[in-house]
Ligand binder design. Structure first.
Ligand code: ZN
Length: 131
């Protein structure tokens, strides 16, 4: 499950970059990642047991994706909530699947590039220094 590997990466990153006891982590996740926030929080709580990040609160901000059509230049943000379940499943395969699911709303081309929406960024880590 990919939430588990993301939680693992997140844990390693915060432990490497913050000292003391980590109490809060704020993330910005592009919706294209199709991440289940509850699954990610749960995976993190399990993996972080016994570490300095145990019980850290995870705050997830979702970022709308943005695409640019390479045919007509139109820039748009697809509403992923409106996709069918089958389409959502396909989106998990990443960039290669996007052109099967999405098309430019102006010219219907499926030749487009991702401007943003597939990133995972740690925007804030709150921690208390050990004394
Ligand atoms: Zn277009």
């Amino acid at each position: 499950m990919h939430e588990v590997s993301i939680a693992q990466m997140l844990l390693e990153t915060v432990l490497k970059n913050a000292s003391g006891k980590i109490i809060e982590i704020e993330l910005e996740i592009g919706e294209l990642r199709m991440i289940n926030a509850d699954a990610l929080k749960f995976a993190f709580s399990v993996l972080s047991k016994g570490t300095r990040a145990e019980k850290a609160k995870i705050i997830i901000k979702r970022k709308r994706p943005k695409f640019k059509c390479l045919n007509c230049g139109y820039v748009w943000s697809p509403i992923l909530e409106n996709l069918s379940e089958d389409q959502k499943t396909l989106m998990h395969f990443g960039a290669l699947a996007y052109s099967l699911v999405l098309k430019c709303p102006k010219c219907e081309s499926n030749d487009f590039e991702i401007i943003e929406g597939d990133e995972i960024v740690i925007t804030k880590i709150k921690f208390i220094e050990n004394d």
